[in-house]
Design a protein around this ligand. Structure first.
Ligand code: PLP
Length: 398
């Protein structure tokens, strides 16, 4: 029987669920881009974007996705022949490094695999191997969406300070901004990249590169910066066209305005707490299922788990069967495994992910968990009992 008609839930780690209010704000005729409402509205976005990242620093806006933000950040930090060091805790760190290489920037790795956070000793060894100005930047993923590990940014900052490194600390917050706690200034990130289609709840199409004055100073020393990606004018625009180096993403700006209003109204600390509580309900359920079945959290240590995305393992063919069932029979789309292939499982089909970022609440998470349990039953996948009960207790106690 097919039970998928009705409101669907795209529970993948981006793009995320778009609030109706955001969609409504975007459904309109094209505005004038030279004067009036849209110009005024765009100026109001930057203070709220700063608030979401807890920074007083600069923000450059781009018409791009997360990959565009990666390239934009790199173009302002390094040139052909320069070097960056990548602390890799999953697929997305490799993606950023690949982009650096394509730009002629040498990307060295400290590789931590798919189930671990950054080991500072290994990072220290890599940094000590060369003079303090050898690397232009250290690239770190705050939450790697493939493994769902969350890295401690402040400790990486302390290490760079202790070693007297000149490298900028550049952080990928595409998955975590507006979901997991992030404090750009307190934690000491110099550069941070984000996009609008995850915690910020807007359809893909806008990206953000945050940078502090130190990063701005370093950028000025570079022999060249590609003019489209150059962040200075975007962060200090005199006319609307300066923000985007051309035509503004008109409708996205209306959507983003509403999304930021929602974030302001709830408060960023409350948003972090909501994500954390919903995540704890998910973890409690998985613990019960896994007690008598094949389902496992990819990241064992709770303090290292993202609260926006959860990577899980269940083996072949269970994970794929479950995803197929929830999508086609129940209207719930779960995330695929990404970058998790092993010799026994070359496609990484034994992995799957829950996305719980942005516009999600308790009833959606309970619906997701109950639907997953129905999928386990329908596919004869063994599981331990008590999962839904455990999740409801977490939510009731919140
Ligand atoms: C989604 C994601 C990206 C890539 O974003 P796109 O919009 O798909 O280009 C980069 N880094 C992280 C951590 C992500 O979650």
């Amino acid at each position: 029987m097919n039970l998928s008609n009705g409101q669907t839930y795209l529970a993948i780690p981006g793009p995320s669920v778009i609030p109706e209010a955001v969609l409504r704000a975007m459904h309109r005729a094209s505005p004038n881009i030279y004067e009036g409402e849209l110009v005024d509205l765009t100026h109001t976005l930057v203070p709220d974007l700063r608030y979401v990242a807890q920074t007083e620093g600069n923000v450059a806006l781009y018409i791009a996705n997360g990959h565009g933000a990666w390239e934009a950040a790199l173009a302002n930090m390094a040139c052909h022949g320069d070097r960056v060091l990548v602390a890799a805790t999953g697929w997305f760190a490799h993606g950023w490094a690949k982009m650096a290489r394509a730009m002629g920037i040498q990307a060295d790795f400290v590789e931590y695999g798919t189930q671990s956070t950054i080991d500072l000793d290994a990072l220290e060894t890599a940094l000590r191997a060369y003079p303090s100005d050898y690397y232009k930047a250290v690239l770190v993923t705050h939450v790697d969406t493939s493994t769902s590990v969350k890295n401690d940014i402040a400790t990486v900052r302390s290490l760079l300070d202790d070693l007297g490194s000149n490298a900028l600390l550049a952080v990928d917050c595409v998955a975590s901004l507006g979901c997991d706690e992030f404090k750009m200034d307190t934690w000491g990130a110099d550069v941070m990249v984000a996009a609008c289609q995850k915690g910020l709840m807007v359809p893909a199409g806008m990206a953000f590169v945050y940078f502090n004055d130190e990063a701005a100073k370093c950028q000025k020393q570079l022999p060249y910066v590609s003019s489209y990606w150059e962040w200075g004018q975007r962060a200090n625009p005199e006319i609307l066209a300066h923000y985007f180096c051309g035509t503004a993403p008109t409708h996205h700006l209306y959507g983003l305005r509403v999304a930021l209003d929602m974030i302001r109204a709830e408060g960023i600390e409350n948003i972090w707490t909501r994500h954390e509580t919903l995540a704890r309900a998910i973890w409690a359920a998985v613990e019960c299922w896994g007690a008598d079945g094949p389902m496992r959290m990819n990241i064992q240590d709770k303090s290292l788990r993202s609260t926006a995305v959860t990577a899980l393992h269940m083996g072949i063919p269970h994970a794929k069967n479950l995803r197929n069932w929830t999508q086609h029979s129940a209207g719930l789309t779960l995330g695929i495994g990404l970058g998790m292939s092993t010799p026994e499982d070359p496609k990484g089909d034994g992995f799957f992910r829950f996305g719980h970022m942005g516009h999600v609440n308790a009833q959606m998470i309970l619906g997701m968990l109950s639907t997953v349990q129905a999928g386990l039953i329908a596919n004869n996948i063994p599981y331990g009992t008590g999962a839904i009960d455990a999740a409801t207790h977490v939510l009731a106690g919140a």
